[in-house]
Design a protein around this ligand. Structure first.
Ligand code: SAM
Length: 417
């Protein structure tokens, strides 16, 4: 069937409108004229695979990665830089429009460059032909054996080949595993989840690997427990000059560039705030730089993250006004009454957003709210709650840390007078 693509949707697929409804075609863009074969998609949608590109639309580029089209990690490498930046902004704007907030002021997207992603979650599988290591194909469990990755830091990509060789010796046939790699500020944290059950000789092999590849810490998850197999040094992040331990597999912003962009916006928007609260604070990415000039209450639900943050606080004798609070903010959000002392607030929830907490903020009198989100859909829903509670949405700044993927992050400023 010949199709003309009209736009790119929220999941990164090109969309052709037909009499039978929209048809979703991966790896296409607006203006492409293509030959395609149709197939049923999930939930009654119609999908198609491009068979031939008759006329390319404007803004098409050659994908920089040889796995593009197969690997499910990226779906937008065929967009040139200008078109990709426009798509990021449109993606956020479309989500906002669904909640009646489509006219909010939007800054140009800040996009992390290639080779900057510092955390990866790789899948590994031992087959009769060797170990496959990489990412799942889109909407499939099929694993693509990845040899290059233009979005990840070269230090992480350099581990693919030796990791494959290591796992070949350790994994039984048909075993599957997830390998999390995070490059913190003083080295790489590796967590192997599933697929191996390390006895003494395996531990020795893993420790030798960690030593030879300068892996700072290597843990194996077994029965829900995190087993430290080789800890050459404590993995740390440095926030505003303060070293903070990173728990195994702990959360950091996906790129240093993205973290810097979010931090700069936060410090600008909270200028003048004296008493701030940082909700979903993690290990203190935003609390530490803000605590240099304001009192900060950091609230976090993961005990390991909070302990790490507290350890940073203990080392920073000059930070008299940074305190940490352990709290499940889904079950027990900070109430409007508890928020009364604060004039500045940061909120950075997981992908699902934070409906209950936003409801309490909406009722509060906190003057400035800085919201970070890795999901424009849940963010738009939560933003509506704040706007209905009397907040003005002053600006949205897309900050894209997942280059060429449909995952878009953003920062937003809300104020109440
Ligand atoms: C997107 S991360 C942000 C972390 C931090 N702001 C940063 O930039 O490093 C979301 C954080 O929310 C925490 N979290 C998840 N569910 C939570 C809950 N129910 N209550 C409190 N914190 C929670 C996670 O542990 C994680 O640290």
């Amino acid at each position: 069937m010949r199709l003309r693509i009209e736009r790119i949707g929220a999941q990164g697929d090109g969309i052709a409108q037909t009499g039978d409804g929209p048809i979703f075609v991966p790896f296409t863009l607006a203006g492409d004229e293509i030959d395609a074969w149709l197939e049923p998609g999930p939930r009654g949608t119609i999908r198609a695979q491009m068979e031939g590109l008759i006329t390319p639309g404007p803004g098409r580029q050659d994908a920089p990665c040889r796995h593009h089209g197969q690997c499910g990690g990226c779906s937008l490498q065929h967009l040139d830089a200008d078109l990709y930046a426009r798509w990021v902004a449109d993606r956020v704007q479309m989500a906002m429009a669904q909640h009646g907030l489509g006219d909010c002021p939007m800054a140009p997207p800040q996009i992390s460059p290639p080779s900057s992603r510092r955390r990866l979650s790789l899948k590994a599988m031992r087959t009769s032909r060797g170990v496959l290591l990489g990412f799942a194909m889109r909407q499939s469990h099929h694993l693509v054996d990845v040899r290059q990755c233009p979005v990840a830091r070269p230090s992480l990509v350099a581990l693919f080949k030796p990791l494959r060789a290591l796992l070949h010796d350790l994994m039984p046939l048909r075993a599957a595993s997830v390998i999390s790699l995070t490059e913190a500020d003083n080295g790489i944290d590796m967590v192997i989840d599933g697929g191996i059950a390390p006895g003494l000789s395996m531990r020795e092999a893993l420790a030798a690997f960690a030593q030879s590849r300068d892996i700072a810490s290597l843990h194996v998850m077994e029965d829900g427990l995190c087993d430290p197999v080789a800890v050459n040094r404590r993995v740390e992040m440095v926030f505003d000059g303060i070293p903070v331990p990173l728990p195994p597999g702990g959360f950091i912003q996906a790129t240093a560039e993205g973290e810097a962009a979010l931090r700069a916006l936060m410090l600008e928007w909270l200028e003048g705030a004296q008493n701030c609260v940082d909700l979903f604070a993690g290990i203190g990415t935003f609390s530490f730089p803000l605590a240099r000039r304001a009192r900060v209450l950091a609230v976090e639900g993961a005990r390991t993250a909070l302990d790490a943050l507290q350890s940073g606080v203990n080392k920073a004798s000059h930070l008299k006004g940074l305190t940490a609070l352990h709290r499940d903010l889904f079950r027990r959000p900070l109430s409007a009454a508890e928020l009364a002392p604060f004039d500045g607030l940061i909120i950075d929830p997981p992908r699902a957003g934070a409906v209950a907490q936003m409801g309490e903020i909406a009722k509060s009198g906190v003057r400035t709210v800085v919201a970070f989100s890795c999901n424009p859909n849940s963010f738009a829903r939560d933003a509506r709650i704040l706007v209905d509670g009397g907040y003005q949405l002053c600006q949205i700044s897309p900050v894209d840390q997942f280059l060429w993927s449909p995952h878009v992050e953003l920062a937003a400023l809300f104020t109440k007078s």
